[in-house]
Design a protein around this ligand. Structure first.
Ligand code: ATP
Length: 477
């Protein structure tokens, strides 16, 4: 599966989905660019999320807040004081690691060796030390376990330090402490500080939600696994404001709703699971991850957190602005509680891509051959249909072009006339185009075309007049 993952990464680059950032300068660690098909796929993911949130829920509205926020925001949210990971360096290799990852890997190794109790003990000792912020203890544990650097093979470790994950920069031209601002590490805070603006201008009644899609930045200590963990990424978050005391019901509601949504995208039930948090983040009173089985194992794609009134209360305290809501029904003012759903657009993109990547052996007359294609949900596919004239003469290109010009008003379609038809089918398979529409001599006589279906490679004859309807039904979500 490590090998499959390498193939998927290569495929993403070769067919215009994901490129390393600034590649001509040998790239920038854990930063990536989306290519022509990747951008379409990612936009489709974001659009479906946005619609599911703001269109299917009458009480959820969407906003678009700035990346830069007043520095006190991050004081109130707890990010200045506690958004950090324990970091350790190996003096011989000069490599930097997350101390908790090193211990986690050791625990995994115990598990693989058939010593699950030893693994569990190690994990709970680590969690206890981290909760107590006992960094010396964490280092002692690493030494006691004889954990060595994978690169140098030595245990010549530095002390463990907390490393804050927020990127900071200066606003304006004067570099003093007061002008230091952060690139937001999560989109949520842009929603919290706008809670009353939206509630009042939209005359929203609790329960209601505010959704947002946007960039977030984290200076991750180690960035691994392609676009799974990036330093610049995109989040799709929804904060649901509720009456205090009702959080567990809403938590369960969103937990189920979000899992169903991932299944609707085409992620199979067998590759999705919940993972309850043992160690809660500084803001949460209940938290669960939705995990997807990537080629490198089950990993988080989305978090559902019950954040209580933690954020609004702290913002109220620091800003000295009342962030309360008057509940007409019970005639009471209170700071609402919040249940949030938070999913990474890039991580979901990776999950979708891993799931779609398909290698098949097909019979081709006497021989068998390999076929690779992306089995994407048509709603997600970067290109919905390719219009292909069989040959480049006798009026077929003009006929195909006319079909293209008509369909492009409603769908992302492409026209292609170069190369043999089989080769053109293959190219569309590789980017996950669900339909290839071939225009041949019969088309000139009876206005029908063949539709070739990506997953089955089967072809059928269809009137041109039916194309819009056929494609439209397939790409609806
Ligand atoms: P992890 O434990 O993997 O670092 P997290 O628990 O810190 O993630 P949250 O703060 O809950 O993540 O963020 C919500 C979602 O944002 C995650 O489920 C993930 O999809 C996405 N996300 C977080 N950090 C990154 C990153 N560095 N690169 C890409 N996506 C990310």
């Amino acid at each position: 599966s490590e090998q499959v993952f390498r193939k998927i990464i290569a495929h993403a680059k070769e067919y215009g989905f994901v490129f390393p950032s600034s590649e001509i300068y040998d790239g920038l660690q854990a930063v990536y660019d989306y290519g022509q098909y990747g951008a379409e796929l990612k936009n489709n993911i974001k659009r479906l999320w946005w619609q599911s949130m703001t269109q299917l829920n009458e009480n959820v509205v969407g906003i678009d807040a700035a990346i830069f926020m007043h520095p006190l925001t991050w004081k109130a949210s707890g990010h200045v004081d506690s958004f950090s990971d324990p970091m350790i360096d190996n003096r011989d290799s000069k490599k930097r690691y997350r101390a908790d990852n090193l211990i986690e890997d050791k625990a995994d190794a115990y598990e693989a060796e058939g010593q699950p109790e030893r693994a569990a003990t190690l994990r709970s000792r680590m969690n206890a030390l981290l909760s107590a912020e006992d960094l010396t203890g964490v280092r002692d544990l690493i030494l006691e376990e004889g954990i060595t650097c994978p690169l140098s093979g030595t245990a010549n470790w530095t002390e463990v330090r907390q490393f804050n994950l927020m990127f900071s920069t200066q606003m304006g031209s004067v570099a003093d402490e007061a002008s230091e601002i952060y690139l937001r590490p999560e989109t949520a805070q842009g929603i919290f500080v706008n809670f009353l603006n939206v509630q009042k201008t939209g005359r929203m009644k609790i329960p209601f939600g505010i959704a947002q899609i946007g960039k977030a930045f984290r200076n991750e200590i180690v960035a691994r696994q392609f676009i799974f963990r990036m330093r610049e990424f995109e989040q799709m978050e929804m904060q649901y404001f509720i009456r205090p005391g009702e959080e567990m019901n809403w938590y369960e509601h969103w937990k189920e709703t979000r899992l169903r949504w991932h299944r609707a995208l085409g992620l199979p039930e067998s590759k999705l699971r919940y993972h309850d948090h043992e160690k809660l983040a500084h803001y949460a009173n209940a938290a669960v991850d939705i995990e997807f089985e990537f080629p490198f194992g089950f990993k988080e794609i989305e978090g559902i957190h019950s954040r209580t009134d933690f954020d609004l209360k702290n913002h109220q305290e620091l800003s000295r602005k009342k962030l309360q809501y008057f509940d007409e029904e019970i005639k009471e003012s209170y700071i609402p509680y919040v249940v949030e759903t938070s999913v990474g657009a890039d991580r979901l993109f990776l999950a979708v891509l891993c799931q779609a990547y398909t290698e098949e052996t097909v019979e081709d007359g006497e021989k068998t051959k390999e076929r690779t294609y992306l089995k994407l949900h048509p709603a997600l596919a970067p290109v919905k249909a390719a219009i292909l004239p069989l040959v480049r003469k006798d009026g077929l290109p003009e006929k195909a072009q006319a079909i293209y010009d008509d369909l492009k008003l409603d769908f992302k379609v492409i026209y292609e006339e170069k190369a043999a038809i089989g080769k053109r089918y293959t190219r569309q398979d590789l980017i996950g185009t669900p339909f290839c529409i071939a225009v041949d001599y019969q088309t000139l006589e009876d206005n029908t075309v063949t539709i070739r279906h990506r997953d089955t490679t089967e072809q059928e004859r269809v009137p041109i007049a039916e194309l819009r309807d056929r494609i439209g039904r397939a790409v609806s979500f």
